[in-house]
Design a protein around this ligand. Structure first.
Ligand code: HEM
Length: 403
């Protein structure tokens, strides 16, 4: 999505936060700025009658995401599920509340600690090198392949399938985007879900076990005294791969775009490579690739000075929370030395991103490689911003690179 710093006049009664076009062709930031200041609990009704509340302030975002007793994930965790519910409720991590959530998450979390992930470091670095070597003019395209290379290996998925998996996860995450859409939005989503679910069902049945992969962990784990059923294995494979593929590339390309817009920051990072970790954190805050999440109030609850009724859907705008001046000094300044930088790009509370360590490790490797090898980079055409109210990203980014 575009990122502007100027506040323009915004008429909140005409704003449509649901519309994916707002994020590809428009700019939500001036809208969020006005909401944070004047309507921190905002309500919108769609033409078909569905309605939802929105929170845009950092403190409110943490309150909603951090309290799964008051705000359940089991009626859908994405805005596109508004009014439809979630078929994976109680089975897929992201749409399951405690105590089942804790039982499902614990074994996977052990495999995603920095210590456990150290074994993947060489693979991640090689994948980072490949992104920059294979860029044929579109940086977004080569970035899409990046997370698959190490997440595929970590999950134990055959390399021959990775290209298809990148395609299907892109379609599932942003079905409105012209770069991924096949026919209608509904058809795109149906094809992607069908392909991914049947693929993971086959993998779960046919793969030999015992390789310590994430698929192996899911297939052999004991959650509350029983193994997972097939649907739980399939949904959580889907969630892991979508979590990695739909977000990490955009954190990279969006940060590169920010560096091109702020050449002084690029120069500073080149001069002092020890800034790579804080560059990655500022890039994560700046891009906020997972833009929104949904929750439903369990009971009536006060939020941001208003009342949210039991059962009411509440959208949390992560991209806005990460620009809240109450939490970040001069939030529209891209500053690779920013400290503190307590962004909530990986969420907050019980559903905090399971892949956060992996994503950080991957982005650090990618920017280390970028700063070491890229002598010059410039845009070579218009950037295509992703058409989605969930993924804030870049679908095409023509560049000229000199290494
Ligand atoms: C820059 C990259 C990434 C971003 C911005 C990101 C963002 C997020 C966010 C905001 C959540 C919380 C969802 C919620 O509260 O409903 C989340 C959860 C999750 N993420 Fe990530 N993610 C990234 C990378 C990854 C990677 C690399 C993986 C897997 C290898 C992954 C797997 C997951 C899973 C499985 C969950 C669900 C956790 C739970 O419900 O307990 N993510 N992610």
């Amino acid at each position: 999505m575009r990122i502007t710093t100027d506040r323009r006049d915004v008429d909140l009664s005409t704003v449509d936060l649901f519309d994916p076009m707002l994020y590809s062709d428009g700019d939500p930031h001036p809208i969020w700025t006005v909401m944070r200041e004047t309507a921190p609990l905002h309500r919108q009704t769609l033409k078909d009658g569905r309605s939802f509340a929105s929170v845009t302030r950092y403190a409110d975002a943490c309150k909603v995401l951090g309290d799964s007793k008051a705000f359940t994930s089991e009626r859908g965790s994405l805005l596109e599920q508004l009014g439809h519910g979630d078929a994976a409720a109680g089975q897929m991590l992201v749409s399951t509340d405690a105590p089942r959530h804790t039982a499902l998450r614990r074994p996977l979390q052990k495999a995603m600690t920095p210590r456990a992930l150290a074994a993947s470091a060489d693979r991640v670095r090689a994948a980072a090198r490949r992104v920059l070597e294979t860029t044929d003019g579109d940086l977004a395209k080569s970035a899409f392949e990046f997370p698959m290379t190490f997440t595929g290996a970590l999950m134990g998925l055959p390399e021959a399938d990775w290209t298809d998996l990148v395609q299907w996860t892109s379609m599932a995450a942003a079905p409105d985007d012209p770069a991924f859409r096949i026919g209608s939005r509904g058809a795109t989503l149906a094809i992607a879900h069908h392909e991914l679910f049947s693929y993971f069902a086959t993998q779960a049945k046919e793969r030999p076990l015992g390789d310590d992969s994430l698929l192996d962990i899911l297939s052999t784990m004991d959650a509350d005294g029983a193994p997972l059923i097939e649907a739980e294995i399939v949904y959580n494979c889907y969630s892991l791969l979508l979590g990695a593929n739909a977000t990490t590339p955009h954190a990279f390309t969006g940060t590169v775009l920010a560096l091109l817009d702020h050449p002084d920051q690029l120069e500073a990072a080149r001069r002092d490579p020890s800034l790579v970790n804080s560059l990655v954190e500022e890039g994560l805050r700046w891009t906020s690739p997972a833009n929104s999440f949904l929750r439903h109030a369990v009971d009536d609850i006060e939020l941001s000075g208003g009342l949210v009724k039991a059962g009411e859907p509440v959208a949390v705008w992560v991209g806005s929370a990460n620009r809240d001046p109450e939490a970040f000094e001069d939030p529209f300044r891209f500053d690779i030395r920013r400290t503190p930088n307590r962004h909530i790009t990986f969420g907050f509370g019980p559903h905090y991103c399971l892949g956060a360590h992996l994503a950080r490790m991957a982005l650090r490797a990618l920017f280390t490689e970028f700063l070491e090898t890229v002598e010059h980079i410039e845009l070579d055409g218009p950037v295509g911003h992703t058409r989605s109210n969930f993924v804030a990203g870049i679908s095409t980014m023509p560049v000229r690179i000199k290494s």
